[in-house]
Design a protein around this ligand. Structure first.
Ligand SMILES: [Zn+2]
Length: 177
């Protein structure tokens, strides 16, 4: 359906996607962006990006699971909207859909399920506030920054903060006397 490696790359690119590069995604992941209309494509691009950012930042496991399922459902809804036209949107609200069916197994569905079951424990946000792609999957235990460059930044910043704030730093020691 989609390899673990490709799913990870897709999610990483999507969550960090800058507005200026929105239209590069469908060409690189044609198996995900199967929509006929630009409108639906952009709706999915935007909704999923916002959803992923929320999922990355949320600390509560139950909330996170729910948010991932909501995204899986909204992708399915976009597919249905295109497959069957608008009439199906209304039948969506009947009692029969009190328990909506499991989404069809698509590369997106597979990638999101992999995120939920295999990647959530590696999701991190880079500590460098100026990082251009701050959402990442850590590859080593204890890793806190997305790259050696950002780790350097954090270290320098930590030293600077310590110098400014710590009562033990030479700056504040001289002030106290
Ligand atoms: Zn970074």
């Amino acid at each position: 359906m989609i390899s673990a490696k490709r799913a990870e790359a897709l999610l990483y690119e999507w969550v960090n996607l800058p507005d200026s590069r929105m239209d590069t995604m469908p060409a690189r992941y044609p198996e995900i962006f199967i929509f006929k209309t630009k409108k639906e494509t952009y709706r999915v691009l935007d909704t999923v990006r916002a959803g992923l950012r929320k999922i990355w930042d949320v600390r509560d496991t139950r909330q996170r699971d729910w948010d991932i399922c909501t995204l899986r459902g909204s992708y399915q809804k976009s597919r249905t909207r295109e497959d069957h036209g608008l009439s199906d949107l209304f039948s969506d609200t009947t009692d029969n859909d009190f328990f909506p069916g499991l989404p069809r197994l698509t590369p997106f569905e597979a990638a999101m399920f992999y995120l939920q079951t295999g990647l959530v424990h590696r999701m991190l946000r880079c500590r460098n506030p100026e990082c251009a792609a701050p959402y990442f999957f850590r590859t080593e235990k204890g890793q806190e920054s997305c790259s050696p460059e950002c780790a350097d930044w954090s270290r320098k910043n930590y030293k600077l903060r310590w110098y400014q704030d710590s009562p033990k730093s030479s700056k504040n020691r001289s002030k106290a006397t």
